[in-house]
Write a protein that binds this ligand. Structure first.
Ligand code: GLU
Length: 299
């Protein structure tokens, strides 16, 4: 198998210490496996995309020593691929139009006394729109035992989610007409033949959905590794919304050493990016490399 990994930032703002951890982990895993590392700009959610942020992210990553092995992929240029996958799912009867507003979904959950359940879509439009106009398109999740998706995460261990109880049929095309992240990410990972996904643990909860969608599309499931997210002093996940500062390009090694430490890697002091990466890759390889023990390869 040829290892192919990726880092997939959303250009909603500059890179910060949290996104650097995900970038570094995916980069070290690719290097530890002697594989390729590809950057994908996830600008499918156009209202959240900040003009210029993608170029700034690419420039910062390059400055920090991480350059894509192939031309970066931009989701905004991939609409035809998403439409093609969508049409295939439609032809195979996996998706249906949904006319529910957020308010209606919340109300029907209250009526079902599901107040303490997570906000799983209750399947109102599964059998028809009930005269309402179509808003979003949803992918059916299986019922019963088949709703449970289990996978082996290389960092977090065995993970299991009941899609029917915890998520419900989920949107692939949003009410605003945009392709949903779940569709774009699965189509792109499959087309790029990604074998290993390494990303932040905030996406752990999306993985079962993505595996289910891979099965509907008949594409392989990569192996997964979710690294712990970086939190601020208030214990919130570091993000632009929670006040994360952009990375300082004048001191790349300081930020890289911090990011590595978050991943459990202690590197010796050095002034050189090459020396940092050599040592960090060697340490990562001991824990997660191809010779580090039984690895959960793609199933
Ligand atoms: N674009 C997503 C984010 O920045 C990451 C998607 C992924 O790695 O699957 O949160």
């Amino acid at each position: 198998m040829t290892y192919r990994g990726r880092f997939a930032p959303s250009p909603t703002g500059p890179l910060h210490a949290g996104s650097l951890v995900s970038a570094l982990a995916s980069y070290l895993d690719a290097r530890a496996h002697g594989g390729s590392w590809i950057i994908r700009i996830e600008d499918v959610d156009t209202p959240r995309t900040v003009p210029g942020a993608a170029d700034e992210i690419l420039a910062t990553l390059a400055h920090f020593g991480m350059v894509s092995d192939e031309t970066p992929v931009w989701q905004s240029a991939r609409g035809d691929a998403y439409a093609e996958a969508f049409e295939r799912l439609q032809a195979d009867g996996f998706i249906y139009p949904c006319g529910c507003t957020r308010r209606e979904i919340a109300d029907s959950l209250v009526h079902a006394h599901a107040r303490h359940a997570t906000l799983a879509y209750p399947g109102t439009c599964r059998d028809g729109l009930h005269g309402k106009p179509a808003r979003a398109w949803r992918l059916r999740v299986p019922d019963g035992d088949a709703a449970v998706v289990t996978f082996e995460d290389r960092w977090q261990g065995t993970q299991s989610q009941n899609l029917a109880n915890e998520v419900g049929d989920f949107a692939l095309k949003r009410a605003d007409g945009l392709w949903a992240y779940q569709l774009a990410v699965v189509v792109d990972d499959a087309e790029a033949a990604i074998t290993h996904i390494v990303r932040g643990a905030d996406l752990l909860d999306s993985t079962a959905r993505q595996i289910h969608l891979q099965r509907c599309l008949g594409v392989p499931t990569p192996s997964y590794l979710h690294v712990p997210v970086v939190s601020n002093h208030a214990g919130e996940k570091l993000s632009k919304q929670t006040g994360a500062m952009p990375l300082d390009r004048s001191t790349p090694l300081d930020a890289l050493v911090q990011a590595a430490r978050h991943l459990g890697i202690e590197t010796r002091e050095t002034e050189y990016l090459d020396a940092f990466y050599a040592e960090a890759t060697a340490q990562w390889a001991r824990r997660f490399g191809p010779h580090s023990g039984p690895e959960s390869g793609p199933k």
